[in-house]
Design a protein around this ligand. Structure first.
Ligand code: X2X
Length: 336
């Protein structure tokens, strides 16, 4: 199968033209980097590997996306800068960390907004997701249509279980670098410390912080159970990963390559959602077997603490009425 002359000429690099006519043996026209912050064992990386293999094959070798997992290219904060400058072409990032660049992107991370996965996907594949992608587009970054899953977040600690909101008082807790995360845990009266995921294992191991919060799939694949004792099931917020592209790099791709990339990345995202949901539902036994002590919590005490601290009112004010209305419509409930 040869490349059509038109598609070869549509690219900016000439290496493929010099490389001969066989697609397989040819140097790629576009070699792009995709960076992420998760271990290779996480479904984000296994599904991304499948996607880039399909993209390479379906593009006849013209688009070669190389994956740099596990913060290899730097912490999230660093890689977001690299994505903006074009040093990295693709990056998956939590909407909350992205809010350091696109303020209203964090709206999907409001505490206890989503009761379950069904409501998450309805919102993120619907009006709320469209709204956020529109906001992202204004910043020179393109978000693929399907957001990938991180999951509902749970709290782990080394020193005591968290049974209710009062137990969080004064707890030194690592949170990702994002104003919404810091605000939420300040509302709980905890002592949040902003630390990129690249440093989390070490920060827990050396007891710079007592705890952190993440979905079970990450607690398991990043082996946080090795440095944490208690797992408190709080489901305090849902988190995902927008699959982002540097806009100039994205638009440099000819239409056919962009279509191939988009289709396969979105499909991989859907498969990753299914994998992560299954993992998050089934990992408790495994984490207990690794020595974690697991406790349930009542969401009401946490939700009430946020309400009393003025958390919902504060963020409604920051996002504005219009954005807040899109969130409330998406979840079908008044928040706060
Ligand atoms: O930094 C985290 O805790 C992580 C891995 O969940 C995110 O990317 C937000």
């Amino acid at each position: 199968m040869g490349l059509s002359r038109r598609s070869v000429l549509a690219g900016t690099a000439s290496a493929a033209i010099l490389g001969g006519s066989g697609a397989r043996g040819q140097a790629a026209q576009f070699t792009y980097k995709y960076a992420n912050n998760l271990p290779v064992a996480h479904p984000m990386n296994t599904r991304a590997q499948e996607a880039v293999a399909k993209i390479k094959q379906e593009s006849g070798g013209r688009l070669d996306i190389q994956i740099f997992p596990n913060n290899q290219l730097g912490s999230d904060t660093d890689v977001l800068s690299q994505l903006r400058s074009g040093g990295v072409e693709f990056f998956t990032l939590s909407p909350l960390i992205l809010s350091t660049l696109v303020p209203n992107a964090s709206v999907s991370g409001i505490g206890f907004a989503f009761p379950d996965y069904a409501s998450v996907w309805k919102a993120m594949d619907g009006e709320l997701g469209t709204y956020v992608r529109g906001q992202i587009a204004k910043s020179g970054i393109v978000a693929m249509e399907k957001i990938w899953d991180n999951g509902f977040r749970q709290i782990t600690t080394s020193n005591k279980p968290i049974q209710n909101a009062a137990d969080l008082k004064g707890v030194k807790l690592r949170v990702p670098v994002s104003p919404l995360w810091t605000s939420m845990f300040k509302a709980f009266d905890a002592a949040p410390a902003s630390i990129n995921f690249a440093e989390v294992y070490t920060a827990l191991q050396t007891k710079i912080v007592d705890g952190q919060e993440n979905p079970l799939a990450i607690i398991s694949t990043a082996k946080l159970f090795e440095v944490q004792k208690y797992l408190s099931v709080t489901n305090h917020m849902w988190d995902g990963f927008w699959f982002l592209a540097n806009r100039r790099a994205w638009e440099r791709l000819p239409d056919d390559l962009r279509a191939i990339a988009e289709k396969n990345l979105n499909e991989a995202g859907m498969n990753e959602r299914a994998d992560v949901e299954k993992l998050n539902a089934g990992l408790r036994q495994e984490l207990a077997a690794k020595g974690m002590t697991i406790n349930e919590t009542q969401p009401d005490s946490f939700r009430d603490a946020l309400r009393k601290a003025g958390f919902y009112a504060e963020w409604k004010g920051k996002y504005g009425e219009e954005t807040w209305a899109i969130l409330e419509k998406a979840v079908g409930a008044k928040l706060g």
